[in-house]
Unconditional design. Sequence first.
Length: 212
Amino acid sequence: MQGQAFDSTELIQSEGNRVTQLVMLSNRRSLLLLADKLYRRNPVEWRKNAASREAALSQLESAMLSGQAWAPLDGRRDVAALSLSLAPEFTGDRVAAFVIACNDTIVTAHGGKRDFYYLDGVDPQYIYNAARNMETALWILNTRKDAQGQPLLLSNEIGPDNRNLSFEREFGKIIGRLDLLASYMTERYRRAVIGFVQGLVMAPALVFLPVK
């Protein structure tokens, strides 16, 4: 396995900053992979706004990177956007709406940042909450039906002749990364407090002794 090429911005990143940014990048890649899979199973969605699946994916990625609210979601952000994307009455490109809302929820949990440098930090509780929100989103995606009793989006497939759980696995990766980051940041903050207390306790002993 080969790491990313060195970037000069890493010089102003702590280890925690770097881990956080890599988790963010990996989750964005997973969401784009999920979008591609969903478009393949639900081609009617990309046809609503694009000439091809590739064009729809390109538009979706641009919207994710822009940091702006996506117009078809009526200016809603994070969990509010996620709720609308999974509402049966939503008539826009549901794949784009769902993936963009998932991404926005994750970015919001990271304090609205996509790049992290010294003095930047994330709240482990919000990261943990984002992981739970992804679990909820996956459950709704798998269970909610439209007015005709059909799934809002075709995703996982389990049948006598075919079994496709790739959506479940990719979502599991996103949830696992978020949970690991939440645990890592919690431990870092806990160790920082312990280190501070250790410094106070050991300070009286840290006295130079005469050597002659």
